[in-house]
Design a protein around this ligand. Structure first.
Ligand SMILES: *Cc1c(COP(=O)(O)O)cnc(C)c1O
Length: 395
């Protein structure tokens, strides 16, 4: 395989080598069922227990508050549906206009099923209208679901404040923290969070494993019924190897969080500043003051994001335009639309998301290759000609 420069870590991450190593014995030699009475299975159960503790340490939870799931999407669905089932007389859901499809599409579906839904808007920097959120809290509200950090722009929401305000009204609060866990410190017991979702493959564990944190005492209704696994909260024989890998990944990200917030942040800033400097008519989408350390979404006006991606791909550079789910269609992402990013900028927006595996040489490579790509594409863009004419008229 040719060398790739991977800056698409909000889509998925490289499984850390020690994480791969940690799971291999449980795909081979140790195949016992963790629920078995015999020691061959029971030992696997003990290993799962260890993974549960490693993960709970990462987010400040108690081990028994974690439910292992198959992915972030399952965690989100379980949380929101559980909140509704547990309070059948409450018919109102509050969420935001910039959620991942795992929450957005579910809430839209619930709207069709007869629930009343409120979608909290964001401003042009992607910041939530908190006044609107608080005004809409009512006796009828079953659950408020607000993501911790946005996957496209990296914008971090004030979860501590929101959770506190929601709690004051006695309403359940869920946060999709898939992009936040492992990148910024999280301590669920210090905040009024009832449920939190995370996903393994966004933090250097494999795809196909996630966690739902459910605060002790929260009424819970399982999504999958069957065996007694996960204390009856999620039936189905555990994805043993992946859960063990996730435990290891929790330790890996905890050990690298400092680096993520220093070296990785500096690389992100270097990339962003160099591109803004070298490429006219480019700007950052989102709130530069309140962002994940690894993410930058940059709009290159008057070009098509998909074309930029294809030309970068020829150099082995892997990035993303909007979210993976919107790629392939010419609609700009719902996040950039919610922020009212102008049409000509939204279409040319690229998300770069770094990880601790990136190097300075890789950033230098992108800074060398991208400006000529944008220039080449703009030469073919009718919008660009118009913009140049306007620039000349102004100056
Ligand atoms: C990736 C992602 C998800 C979905 O997680 P999966 O494990 O892929 O189902 C949910 N929310 C956010 C914010 C994400 O970035």
């Amino acid at each position: 395989m040719a060398k790739i420069i991977y800056v698409d870590n909000n889509a998925t991450t490289q499984v850390a080598p020690e994480v791969v190593e940690s799971m291999i014995p449980y795909l081979g030699e140790y195949y016992g069922n963790p629920s078995s009475i015999h020691a061959f299975g029971g030992d696997v159960g003990l290993k799962l227990k260890e993974a549960r503790r490693e993960l709970s340490d990462l987010i400040g939870a108690d081990p028994e508050e974690l439910v292992f799931t198959s992915c972030g999407t399952e965690s989100d669905s379980t949380a929101i549906r559980s909140a509704l089932k547990a309070q059948p007389d409450k018919r109102h859901i509050i969420t935001t206009s910039v959620e991942h499809p795992a929450v957005k599409n579910l809430v839209e579906q619930l709207g069709k099923e007869g629930y009343r839904t409120t979608t909290v808007p964001v401003d042009s920097k992607g910041r939530l209208d908190l006044v609107y959120l608080y005004q809409n809290l009512s006796d009828d509200t079953a659950v408020v679901s607000v993501m911790w950090a946005n996957n496209e722009t990296g914008v971090i929401f004030p979860i501590e404040e929101i959770a506190g305000k929601v709690k004051e009204k006695g309403i359940l609060f869920h946060t999709d923290a898939v992009q936040a866990v492992g990148k910024i410190p999280i301590d669920v017991h210090k905040l009024d969070i009832d449920m939190l979702s995370l996903s393994g493959h966004k933090l250097h564990a494999p795809k196909g494993v996630g966690v739902l944190y459910v605060k002790k005492g929260t009424t819970f209704s399982p999504f999958l019924m069957g065996g007694h696994q996960e204390h009856g909260r999620r039936a189905g024989t555990e994805n043993v190897a992946s859960i063990i890998a996730l435990g290891k990944a929790a330790r890996f990200t905890a050990a690298h969080m400092e680096e993520e917030n220093t070296r990785v942040r500096q690389l992100r800033d270097k990339l962003e500043n160099a591109l803004l400097d070298k490429i006219p008519h480019s700007m950052v989408n989102g709130d530069p003051e309140n962002r994940l350390p690894n993410t930058t979404s940059i709009a290159f006006e008057f070009v098509e994001g998909e074309s930029i991606l294809m030309l970068m791909d020829q150099h082995g550079i892997c990035a993303s335009s909007g979210s993976a789910c919107t790629s392939g269609s010419l609609e700009p992402s719902h996040v950039l639309r919610a922020m009212n990013v102008p049409f000509t900028a939204a279409h040319g927006s690229i998300r770069f998301s770094l990880s601790v595996f990136n190097t300075e040489a890789e950033i230098d490579f992108i800074v060398e290759k991208l400006p000529p790509i944008i220039e080449r594409l703009r030469k073919m863009s009718p919008f660009w000609e118009d913009a140049q004419l306007k620039d000349r008229m102004i100056t």
